[in-house]
Design a protein around this ligand. Sequence first.
Ligand code: GLN
Length: 447
Amino acid sequence: ACLARISQVDGKVKAFLRLDERGALAAAEASDARRKSGNPHGPFDGVPVAVKDIFLTEGVETTCASRILKGFVPPYDATPVRLLKEAGMPILGKLNQDEFAMGSSNESSAYGPCHNPWDVTRTPGGSSGGSAAALAAREVFGTLGTDTGGSIRQPAALTNTVGLKPTYGRVSRYGVISYASSLDAPGPMARTVGDVAALMKVLARHDPLDSTSAPADVPDYLADLEQGVAGLKLGVPREYFVEGMDPEVEASVRSALKEYERLGATLVDVSLPHTKYALATYYLLAPAEASSNLARYDGVRYGHRARDVKGLKDMYGMTRDEGFGPEVKRRIMLGTYALSAGYYDAYYLKAQKVRTLIREDFTKAFAQVDALVTPTSPVPAFKLGEKVNDPLSMYLMDVCTLPCNLAGLPGLSLPCGFTKAGLPIGLQLMGRPFDEAKLLRIARAFE
Ligand code: GLN
């Protein structure tokens, strides 16, 4: 049924970069056999899913939506992919995204943008745009995305779906192509909070293959889902109701806050005073880490290699010039500049210090409240093409989502209503480290 739906709608949505029909059908048949013999691999055996193209998939081409990785077929699965397979979940294919997860609109994909199923002239958000659009278009039941600065939550907000960015280290990054290693967080997306909780049950565990994977205990994410919010304290950080925010988004978030009060939660006005530096801090640190991570694409080890070159240095240069798109080049140049001798102290080191201040803001807030409630994106889905030539206004899309990554905290986006024009609006919840279960419970109460 999912494959039929994909062939029906994906020509317009373009959520999939490639299907693995054979692999998915074989997995589905194996799952069927297990069910018939009364021996399924747990409750989600047989449920079809799909993954962002940033996840390595054994035997299935993985490009991270870049030309430089065209034709690259990984010899192993990323840990989150392996865990889905072990749970018996057939993987239908690889989903569209921004190139190397750099972007907020899916337009930096080297293979063409993904379209928002609610209005195909608009972006589904990014960078995990395909992961969100495939859900909204009802092509699949669950997907994996990654969130370095909002890439799970913002597309979820723009497509009326649910996305969870886990605490840094909660879900393994092994086999997930690196963008900014100190910020990258793989996580689940689905159409309901319960489905996201179910996927978290499959994905959250310690992985010795990722040195930053957390050994912390894994709770049962489904156990407390229906506990409600009565007695919980929800913080409303005033800095998140930013200037330039769409008035319909603000109104919808304010009415969600009222609903939480009606459900028995107490709202607390809190301040996170360093929020205004998050954007600048992120757009120094993320490109700096990216410029180092992307040095490995040299035409020797993976994917594309330039032809007709004059020697090794020329081969490196030509390969990278042909293989990377303009946004990726911009980030490599920004990052290299920020890390260069003479500028390191002024930019990179300063940004690291501000990152600590941002984290401390959250620690103080969480001494008072159980979770924070904010908008996910200051605006609903914008038109494809509207911001491509204005990188700064594209970066501004991330104001509400970046601080959470800088602090390593869990964050969740859930549907919060629609604008008059019928565009989805998202509500963001942020929690204490490893408190994903509480975020899911708070989200479920509003759903
Ligand atoms: N939009 C942000 C960026 O371009 C975040 C991307 C992400 O979370 N992967 O860097």
